[in-house]
Design a protein around this ligand. Structure first.
Ligand code: PGA
Length: 255
C-alpha cells in the first residue's frame, strides 16, 4: 500500500514573515486531512520558523535542495546534517536546479545517497524537455536520468520520485493524466530493472507540472500516480488544501 503524498514546492517565494503566515493559514485545514502525507517545502531560510508553526501537526516539512557534503568550505550550501531533525523530505534534481545551476545526474546521485544516509526522504525529480518530448524521447531521457541518479544506491522505499515534464512546469500546460500515467509506469519498470519489482511497486511516484485544484483529479484518479509535487498552486492558502483534500477523497475511493 503506497500512502498518497502531496508536496508543495514554494520555490524562491515568500519572505520569512510571509512563509509563516502561509503555513499558519494552511495548517488547520491540512492537519485535518488524514490518510495522505502532506509536505510543504518553503525556502531554506524559513524552514525553522515554518517548522515551529507546523510542530505537533501532521504536516511534514521538506527542503528544496541540499548539498551532498556534510560540512566545510561550500559557501551558500546546506548540508544533510543541517536538515536532519528539521525536515523529513528534500527535493533533489528539480529541473530548475538542473537548468539554472548546472546540476548533473552525477551530482544528484551523490545528493540522493547523502539524503538517504542521513534519514531524509529524497523527492527525486525527473522529466523531459519540450524538444525531447516532441522527438519522442521521453522514456529514453527518463531512463537515463533514473539510471544515473540512482546508480549505486541500494533499493529503498524511502525514495519518492516526481515525474515533472519540464514543459509543464509553471506554464499552465499540464500533461494529461493518461500520458503521465504511461510515463510513470515506465519509471516503475526502470526501477524494477535497477532494483527489484517489489520495491518498484512500493516507491511512490508523483506527477508535477501546473497542478491545480482544477486538474488534480485527473492525476490522482490514476492508480499509478501516488500524488503530486505542486509549485505555484502551493502558494495559495485555499488552493493547496483543496488539492490535498480532493486527492484524499479520490484515493480513498480506491484509485
Ligand atoms: P508548477 O511547478 O506547479 O508551478 O508547475 C511544479 C514544480 O516545479 O515542482
Amino acid at each position: 500500500m503506497r500512502i498518497p503524498l502531496i508536496a508543495g514546492n514554494w520555490k524562491m517565494n515568500t519572505t520569512v514573515a510571509e512563509a509563516m503566515e502561509l503555513a499558519s493559514s494552511m495548517r488547520a485545514r491540512l492537519d485535518k486531512i488524514e490518510g495522505i502525507e502532506k509536505v510543504v517545502c518553503p525556502p531554506s531560510i524559513s524552514l525553522t520558523a515554518v517548522g515551529r508553526i507546523l510542530q505537533d501537526s501532521s504536516v511534514r516539512l521538506g527542503a528544496q535542495n541540499m548539498y551532498f557534503e556534510v560540512k566545510g568550505a561550500y559557501t551558500g550550501e546546506i548540508s544533510p546534517t543541517m536538515l536532519k531533525g528539521l525536515v523529513q523530505f528534500v527535493i533533489l534534481g528539480h529541473s530548475e536546479r538542473r537548468a539554472c545551476f548546472g546540476e548533473t545526474d552525477e551530482v544528484i546521485n551523490k545528493k540522493v545517497q547523502a539524503a538517504l544516509d542521513f534519514g531524509l526522504k529524497p523527492i527525486l525529480c525527473v522529466g523531459e524537455r519540450l524538444e525531447e518530448n516532441e522527438a519522442g524521447e521521453t522514456e529514453r531521457v527518463i531512463t537515463k536520468q533514473l539510471t544515473r541518479s540512482l546508480g549505486g544506491i541500494k533499493p529503498t522505499i524511502n525514495l519518492v520520485i516526481a515525474y515533472e515534464p519540464v514543459w509543464a512546469i509553471g506554464t499552465g500546460r499540464a500533461a494529461d493524466g493518461l500520458t503521465a500515467k504511461t510515463t510513470i509506469k515506465c519509471i516503475r519498470d526502470v526501477l524494477a530493472k535497477l532494483w527489484d519489482n517489489d520495491v518498484a511497486q512500493e516507491v511512490r511516484v508523483l506527477y508535477g507540472g501546473s497542478v491545480t485544484s482544477n486538474n488534480i483529479a485527473e492525476f490522482v484518479s490514476q492508480s499509478e500516480i501516488d500524488g503530486a509535487l505542486v509549485g505555484g498552486a502551493s502558494l495559495k492558502a485555499d488552493e493547496f488544501p483543496s488539492i490535498v483534500s480532493q486527492s484524499f477523497v479520490i484515493k480513498r475511493q480506491g484509485a
